[in-house]
Write a protein that binds this ligand. Structure first.
Ligand code: ZN
Length: 127
């Protein structure tokens, strides 16, 4: 890993959203690798229940990426047609914003961003 640049994504488990996020983050942040932490509908999990054991698990995994891989950017993702979070876009955007606040509260000294993936699997930066 010496010399390699890592960033971190808290993404959905959905196979359709892996490559779009990897390609977008590599391009936007000149990253070599994207550490991927997956949960079904992570934007909802992080927005609604920051003290849930599943969220603590996400936090632990993000911590490894930040500490061991020196990641400086952590993204949380919501997407169209999410089986784990089947609510409309407007609600998901609110959840993404709240999820970013949850991650910021962890005090990791990283840039936290929120991303939305639309029905064409295009990535949009929300926060
Ligand atoms: Zn999903």
């Amino acid at each position: 890993m010496s010399g390699s640049r890592f960033v971190t994504a808290i993404n959905c488990i959905d196979g359709r959203v892996q490559m779009p996020i990897i390609e977008w983050m590599k391009r936007e942040y000149h990253a070599d690798y994207v550490d991927m932490i997956t949960e079904p509908g992570p934007n909802r999990m992080l927005a609604e229940n920051p003290s849930d054991p599943d969220v603590i698990s996400i936090k632990r995994r993000v911590g490894i990426s930040v500490m061991k891989h020196a990641s400086k950017v952590v993204a949380v993702i919501g997407h169209h047609d999410c089986a784990g979070n089947p609510v409309h876009r407007e609600t998901q955007i609110k959840q993404i914003k709240a999820a970013v606040e949850t991650i910021n509260s962890w005090g990791l000294h990283v840039q936290v961003i929120g991303l939305w993936i639309d029905d064409q699997w295009a990535v949009h930066k929300i926060v």
